[in-house]
Design a protein around this ligand. Structure first.
Ligand code: GLN
Length: 576
């Protein structure tokens, strides 16, 4: 983090490696797909051979999103590495473990195929923590600590550190929220300073909503004009405007946006609703955005070495494959839902990847379990059941019933983390006669705590970054469904949990009834996955989250086999 003597650091001095910075802001309203637009911008740069990465700024005051409620805020993405964030660099101040980051990183990694370090998710919480603790350490002695330059310098230094240490051609920086939010204004001010310092190597891309008025049968540019004015009042002039709309932007709307926003027409880009999100880089490319952008930030095309992931024609082929996958496979996801569909976006996408590679399109049936829900009725028309990760009591009994239903009716089943734990509870209730078996997280008084706290969690009192997190080595047992999927004895997948399946309940009877522990951690003490030993039934539960590593061109292996079981089940059902 920033040192006192460096307080007046000029970006130009620090940015010796010539990294270009592309800032992405949002206009009119949030949740218009800024993350997908950012990832697609990155992709068209990758097509040209550039080494890029992405930073996401979340202006809220949480240190990381790990403590946010996923049913309100969306999923928490888990990184491979766990980062020890030291707010005051080089001091003896305590550090905070961070591996839980914004869900947009899922989108970035699926598009870009790169792993991003947790330090790429900058929150106001981190920035202010650094500022205040630095002041207490005497780092700004004699000075009045202010938003400008002290806070902006800390923001700039975070960006510099990334561009410097990763030797990047381009760093894309997406600012969450919408221009005009009080919380994000300090970040926009940092962008303004960087643009001033290195004008030829920065670009500002504004992603805005262009609504359609049914009353007049036209797209309307006024909200965009207002949000651009707001940017301009902060000293920021957009270089490119990406208009999110239902249909492609009409020519006259493009000219209007260009005129009122002071950008050339060629820099007003259409971003209409599309079925396959991976098509967006292609739409950008077709509108000449890649070349325009490179000219703007003075990037000369590189000699591109062939890579399946970053090759334009391979990407085109992949998108075609997704478009042609038209047979339906219906997956039930019983759980608790609020009003957003993003709570398990990596799972939804991993299912989509696995299905598309087998010619199928997923139809996800999110079942919001309440006391009235008739589980069996709801599950009857599905080809597979996925039990989601989660915390807390709501919907648990219904989820356990869903696992029992899968066991009884031999419906393909995949349980992820909490879903695997509840699969085990269902098994214990159904086959071992352990009435009311449960996780002690859900019922601390259960007579059979078949899922209980990890030993390492027993003394943990703080929340935020304190779970078992990040990628861990998993030792896979041969001749299991898990091994069939991975074909490897050792794998690495990502974890986020406090509780785990208790070995002591897996006795002779459990084994007789077909329960198999298919993987463990390196010490052998933590059960990482379970499954049923049945030739005609695919039922697997993983304590880990394979969805975080699924890519559109390389589906997760467990998800692939799950979908395979679902389509086989579906076709068998049809032929009876
Ligand atoms: N609540 C469970 C635990 O902490 C499961 C967590 C999850 O599904 N990510 O172990």
């Amino acid at each position: 983090m920033i040192l006192p003597e460096k307080c007046n650091i000029k970006l130009t001095d620090a940015n010796k490696n010539n990294t270009r910075f592309i800032f992405i802001t949002g206009g009119v309203m949030s949740a218009v797909g800024k993350g997908v637009a950012t990832a697609s911008l990155g992709k068209i740069l990758q097509f040209r051979g550039f080494n890029i990465s992405v930073v996401k700024i979340d202006p809220y005051l949480n240190v990381d999103p790990g403590t946010l409620n996923p049913v309100e805020h969306g999923e928490c993405f888990i990184t491979e590495d766990v980062w020890d964030f030291t707010p005051v660099h080089g001091s003896d101040e305590r550090s905070y473990r961070i591996s839980e980051i914004d869900q947009d990183f899922g989108t970035y990694s699926r598009f870009l195929g790169i792993e991003m370090h947790p330090s790429h998710n900058i929150t106001s919480g981190q920035i202010y923590l650094s500022t205040i603790l630095s002041e207490r350490k005497g780092k700004f002695l004699g000075k009045t600590v202010q938003l400008i330059p002290h806070v902006t310098n800390i923001i700039k230094e975070r960006l510099m550190e990334i561009s410097r240490s990763e030797n990047l051609d381009v760093l894309l920086i997406e600012c969450g929220g919408t221009v005009g939010d009080l919380e994000s204004s300090i970040f926009l001010e940092a962008f303004r300073q960087i643009k001033l310092e290195i004008p030829n190597r920065t670009a500002l891309v504004h992603v805005t909503l262009v609504p359609y008025s049914r009353a007049v049968g036209q797209q309307k540019s006024k909200p965009t004009q207002h949000s651009v004015k707001m940017l301009q009042s902060m000293g920021l002039q957009p270089d490119i405007i990406i208009g999110r709309s239902k249909k492609p932007l009409a020519e006259d709307i493009k000219s209007k946006i260009s005129l009122y926003s002071n950008v050339p027409e060629a820099a007003v880009i259409s971003n209409p609703d599309i079925d396959i999100v991976y098509e967006l880089p292609i739409l950008f490319e077709e509108q000449g955005l890649g070349d325009f952008l490179c000219e703007l930030i003075d990037l000369k095309a590189k000699l591109v070495s062939y890579s399946e992931v970053n090759n334009y024609s391979e990407w085109l082929k992949m998108v075609e494959m997704y478009k042609n996958a038209d047979k339906l496979v219906r997956i039930a996801m019983p759980g608790k839902y609020f009003n957003i569909s993003d709570s398990y976006i990596s799972i939804n996408d991993a299912l989509e990847h696995a299905a598309a590679h087998q010619g199928y399109k997923t139809e996800l049936k999110m079942i919001n379990i309440t006391e009235e829900t008739k589980i069996e009725e709801e599950l009857k028309d599905c080809d597979g059941i996925l039990l989601t990760p989660g915390f807390g009591e709501r919907a648990v009994e219904g989820m356990i019933k869903s696992a029992e239903y899968a066991m009884e009716n031999r419906v393909p089943f995949l349980g992820i983390c909490f879903g695997a734990q509840l699969f085990f509870a269902a098994f214990c209730r159904k086959y071992l006669g352990l009435k009311d078996a449960n996780s002690s997280e859900i019922n601390p008084d259960t007579p059979y705590p078949v899922v209980d706290l990890l030993q390492s969690q027993k003394d943990v009192t703080e929340k935020g970054g304190t779970m078992r997190l990040g990628a861990q080595k998993i030792v896979v047992k041969e001749k299991t469904k898990l091994y069939d999927a991975y074909q490897q004895k050792e794998i690495y997948e990502r974890f986020r949990h406090r509780y785990h399946i208790q070995e002591r309940y897996i006795d002779e009877k459990a084994k007789e009834k077909g329960l198999i522990v298919s993987s463990r951690d390196e010490t052998g003490k933590i059960i990482n996955s379970i499954e049923l030993d049945r030739a005609d039934h695919w039922m697997v539960g993983t304590q880990f989250h394979p969805e975080f590593k699924s890519r559109p061109y390389a589906p997760s292996k467990v998800y692939y086999d799950f979908i395979k079981a679902c389509t086989t089940y579906k076709n068998k059902k049809k032929s009876i």
